[in-house]
Design a binder for this molecule. Structure first.
Ligand SMILES: [Zn+2]
Ligand SMILES: [Zn+2]
Length: 452
């Protein structure tokens, strides 16, 4: 009995020891594998950092060339030609031009199988006369890369350049999208992200996520800013026509004064923001233009109000539009006038998928350092990157290009806007790693970020 008990104890002890040692060795091999992955990733990150540094002179030259030859929305003939030629020279597959007018798409297929991820840069400039005296000053009178799209295009080409020589490191496929007309197509024309999507930019193959960046002069070069969730606003345009009845200015009671009614409408529209919508939800309703009447002593029979509505929430966007109609209807009928409103929905809310943001932050931290990765309040400006995010999850972040010490502080869309070109190398190495890191995480086909 006693002997048996001893034997039992020995057997149990031995079994536990075996189990523990098996668990240890399993744990050991797991942590070794993890270490190997980390070591591979960090070796690759070093390789990319070195390649981006080596590319610095070429990146600066390329950005300056784009800057000196800016092209307006839907007129990016030269820029898109240079982009397509470069992508072909780098050996990218399936280089397509003319996607949404001057849009270009191309594939970079990795040596290993995996998912498809996309990166997008916009290429158009603005009708602004450059006033700064720099060696790379715009050669086109009245047109300037005042929104930094020259930087975006250069960074994406830099990413293609570096990664095209690292196919062995790519677990899947990278789809490069170079987009025209982000600033809005000329009147009567289609363009931008919406048109590229309509013409198949997100098909054959469909990427399962998309990344993009925008220059930001209010943060210093070396920093990256981001938002999880809403990052930029929806942007809609409205044209309201208030109709009254024209009479002699001396006898207003015989007519309906569209000027007085329009004035009431302008004021009442602001109460939607202050009294009708949840105060914690950002909303802007701005009337930017009023036109009406034709003589000082004639009561006007028609006034046009033109403006914009901005929100960070699609529900608020719909509600604001309905409340505008309700308000306009009530006010105009109270005065015996009538109204008509044309409401055009523009870019949607630029919404960064929180899960995609969360999983991307570690690699961004490694690129710029913990303290240089900053969050910022969502902006009420808009960005047509939001159209891609309506189809697939996306992450749109901000690349610091300001440098107070060098006096580089001007805002985008100004005649003085400039960037610190040091941002090019940072932009390239960050985006290249963000893309590879995404493909690494999703190579098994599991854990794909679901559609919002
Ligand atoms: Zn812009
Ligand atoms: Zn822009």
């Amino acid at each position: 009995m006693r002997l048996r008990l001893t034997a039992c104890v020995v057997i149990i002890t031995l079994s536990i020891a075996l189990l523990v040692s098996a668990a240890w060795s399993l744990e050991g091999s797991r942590s070794q594998a993890a270490l190997k992955v980390t070591a591979n990733a960090s070796a690759r990150e070093q390789q990319i950092a070195q390649a981006a540094e080596a590319l610095r002179p070429q990146l600066i030259l390329q950005r300056r060339d784009f800057h000196m030859h800016p092209e307006l929305s839907n007129r990016e003939e030269r820029t898109s030609r240079i982009v397509a030629e470069r992508l072909r020279a780098l050996g990218l597959e399936d280089v397509k031009t003319g996607v949404g007018r001057y849009g270009v798409t191309a594939l970079l297929k990795g040596a290993k199988t995996g998912p498809v991820v996309a990166v997008r840069a916009d290429m158009d400039a603005l009708p602004i006369q450059e006033t700064i005296d720099v060696p790379y000053k715009s050669q086109t009178p009245g047109v300037k890369h005042a929104c930094g799209h020259d930087v975006h295009t250069t960074v994406e080409l830099g990413v293609a350049e570096i990664l095209s020589k690292m196919r062995g490191e790519i677990n899947g496929t990278i789809k490069f999208i170079f987009q025209p007309a982000e600033e809005g197509a000329p009147p009567g024309e289609e363009g931008g992200a919406a048109l590229m999507i309509k013409e198949g930019a997100l098909e054959n193959p469909r990427p399962q996520a998309i990344f993009g960046l925008h220059v930001l002069p209010v943060i210093e070069v070396g920093q990256i800013a981001f938002n999880s969730g809403p990052a930029m606003a929806s942007a809609d345009r409205f044209v309201i026509t208030v109709r009254g009845k024209k009479v002699h200015g001396a006898y207003p009671h015989d007519g309906v004064d569209a000027v007085v009614v329009a004035a009431e409408c302008v004021t009442a529209l602001q109460t939607i923001r202050s009294r009708r919508i949840d105060t914690t939800e950002p909303l802007v309703i701005s009337v930017g233009s009023i036109q009406g009447g034709n003589r000082y002593n004639i009561i006007a029979d028609e006034v046009k109000l033109e403006g914009t509505v901005r929100t960070l929430n699609e529900d608020v966007r719909k509600r604001a539009q309905a409340l505008m109609r309700e308000t306009l209807s009530g006010i105009t009928s109270a005065y015996g006038a009538s109204y008509e409103m044309q409401y055009e929905e523009g870019a949607a809310v630029t919404y960064n998928d929180p899960r995609l943001v969360e999983e991307t932050l570690p690699v961004m931290r490694r690129m710029v350092g913990e303290n240089n990765l900053v969050t910022r309040k969502p902006q009420m400006g808009a960005e047509d990157f939001s159209y891609y995010q309506k189809v697939i999850p996306g992450f749109f972040y901000f690349l610091g290009v300001g440098n107070r010490a060098k006096g580089i502080t001007a805002q985008i869309h100004t005649p003085e806007f400039d960037v610190d070109e040091e941002s090019l190398v940072i932009g390239v190495k960050t985006m290249a790693n963000v893309l590879l890191d995404y493909l690494d995480r999703h190579k098994a086909g599991t854990g794909a970020t679901p559609k919002r």
